[in-house]
Design a protein. Structure first.
Length: 295
């Protein structure tokens, strides 16, 4: 099955955003995949991840669209953070459905804060059939500190190199203890945000991330796949945060959300092996949840 690509622009409140559509020779359903980029990133992705994924999924029969948010890549306008890209995603979906023949639904595929933005958006857009979320961003000072204490400071204490430095006098005790003390204070502090009451409202981007991400997923009523890297602080913080989330527990216990960890992968899945794992996991989930095919 061969696929082709073509470019066009989106008009988002007077600014021009660039989009690339990868089209299969014959689409397998009325649902496509919209890539929602994360961080200071554009439609190509780290190590061309989004390009390669889009082409592979198109070859597998799924239309895929990538685009630059306003202020990113080749798009005009001012850059904005992931809590303010809802209009960009909505216009991108409009264009995707218009440009791809027979398309009626989309799956949002997002990495990092692109995954979080996808959760916020899908709660209020019936055209979204589901989501594939990689290492969702739920950063808070307290959450970051807890992860650092568990995954960095504890590992340091177990490292032979640490003890060699300590015994040789090369260890800067004052500086390190000061850093550790700061992390302990942050880890013991609950979120200071007062936006928790906003979780029951439509705009999930205004809630604390640890509530807004599962809240948006739950409100959408649509399935999602979460892929987590085993060698990534963002993924570790997400896991730690969701351990204490009743909303998340309901989503996973009911099978509404499926989660899978790629044990050795880093945040952007930078090796060919990890990219292949992400592609196969995405395709398998699409075939089961969108096409209704047996796994």
């Amino acid at each position: 099955m061969s696929a082709r690509e073509r470019a066009f622009t989106l008009d988002i409140h007077g600014e021009q955003a660039v989009a690339i559509l990868a089209e299969p020779a014959a689409a397998r359903s009325d649902c496509g995949v919209l890539v929602v980029v994360g961080g200071p990133q554009y439609r190509v992705g780290s190590h061309r991840q989004f390009v390669l994924l889009a082409r592979a999924l198109a070859e597998a029969g799924f239309p895929v669209m990538r685009f630059d948010f306003r202020g990113m890549g080749d798009s005009s306008g001012a850059m904005r953070d992931f809590t303010r890209v809802g209009d960009d995603i909505a216009v991108a979906i409009d264009a995707f459905l218009r440009e791809s023949t027979g398309l009626r639904r989309v799956v949002l595929w997002g990495l990092c804060d692109g995954a979080s933005a996808s959760c916020f958006h899908m709660a209020n857009d019936p055209r979204v059939a589901g989501a594939v979320l990689l290492n969702p961003w739920v950063r808070s000072d307290a959450g970051e500190a807890r992860v650092m204490l568990k995954h960095y400071y504890l590992q340091r204490l177990m490292s032979p190199d640490f003890w060699r430095k300590l015994l040789s006098g090369r260890f800067r005790a004052g500086e390190s203890l000061g850093s550790l003390g700061g992390m302990l204070r942050k880890a013991s502090t609950a979120s200071a945000s007062g936006a928790g009451s906003d979780v029951g409202k439509v705009d999930y981007s205004r809630a604390p991330l640890v509530e807004g991400v599962p809240g948006g997923l739950s409100a959408s009523g649509r399935p999602a796949l979460v892929l987590l890297s085993g060698n990534d602080f963002v993924a570790a913080e997400f896991e730690a945060a969701m351990d204490g989330s009743q909303s998340w527990r309901v989503l996973t216990d009911t099978g509404h959300v499926r989660s899978r960890k790629l044990a050795d992968a880093n945040h952007t899945f930078s090796s060919a092996v990890w990219r292949e794992d992400v592609f196969h996991a995405t395709r398998s989930w699409l075939e089961k949840n969108i096409l209704g095919e047996a796994a």
